[in-house]
Design a binder for this molecule. Structure first.
Ligand SMILES: *Cc1c(COP(=O)(O)O)cnc(C)c1O
Length: 242
């Protein structure tokens, strides 16, 4: 366990150094870029180590895996306010469950999902399962490939307006994954343009979640405020969930 703690601490330092170097390249303040560890397929004990190192925003990509992990981390770290982000593709029938554990959903990509989440948040507030609205990022599909999730670029403005109208949801910004085979600079340049437009319409939408282990430098150069990092922090992902 001690060994794992050292490994995770070294991973955090290495990624923080990459973030600092990438920010220095473009004269950005590293404190404007949040490091969001993605703990999917890693055990709750790794999430605990990250939170103990001060990284109290953590991300998961599947409701089935996240629910029990969030509960386990809560029991292992009572009194620590870990904020969980959902970054994976989300089916509407999981909205109720996600509304009980997520502070932020970064993967909202359709009006129907936004409706389901707003209803789920309303129920969770009433039941006392949460005490604040849900922060939402719209996941943008940069290549329009519906298979991989995300909202097509030409539908982002309408979806942003719809999210902003719901009192249960708080439009925080946009998220994207660079499409397979695209140069990251091309992907994140395009995202930055969509982000600028969205922020013009909704000044509170200040977050641009972009960049992962392999392309965080490019994302930071294009204005990312949140890099979602798994393998560069924690090593190769186990093939199955814990
Ligand atoms: C897994 C995942 C990441 C992290 O990927 P790494 O390459 O391990 O850094 C980031 N974003 C999303 C949406 C993910 O599912």
């Amino acid at each position: 366990m001690t060994d794992r703690r050292d490994q995770v601490a070294a991973g955090v330092r290495a990624v923080q150094d990459r973030i600092a170097a990438a920010c220095a390249q473009v004269n950005r303040d590293p404190s404007d870029v949040m490091l969001l560890p993605v703990t999917k397929r890693f055990p709750a004990s790794d999430a605990v180590l990250l939170a103990e190192l001060g990284l109290v925003h953590l991300a998961e990509n599947k409701d089935q895996e996240a629910g029990p992990k969030v509960q386990a981390v809560g029991e292992l770290l009572p009194g620590v306010d870990v904020r969980w982000h959902m970054v994976g593709r989300l089916q509407r029938n999981k909205a109720r469950s996600v509304a009980r554990w997520a502070s932020v959903v970064q993967s909202v990509d359709s009006p129907r999902l936004a409706d389901a989440l707003a209803r789920a948040v309303d129920s969770a507030l009433t039941a006392g399962d949460r005490n604040s609205p849900l922060d939402v990022l719209i996941q943008v599909s940069l290549d329009g490939d519906a298979q991989r999730g995300g909202c097509p670029i030409d539908e982002v403005a309408a979806l942003a307006d719809g999210v902003a109208r719901k009192s249960e949801l708080n439009l925080s910004g946009l998220m994207a994954v660079a499409p397979l085979g695209w140069p990251p600079d091309h992907a994140f340049d395009l995202l930055a343009k969509v982000f600028e437009q969205t922020r013009n319409d909704h000044p509170g939408a200040t977050e641009m979640s972009a960049g992962m282990s392999s392309d965080l430098e490019s994302a930071i150069a294009h204005g990312s405020t949140c890099v979602r990092v798994g393998t560069a922090l924690l090593g190769d992902r186990p093939l199955t969930s814990p």
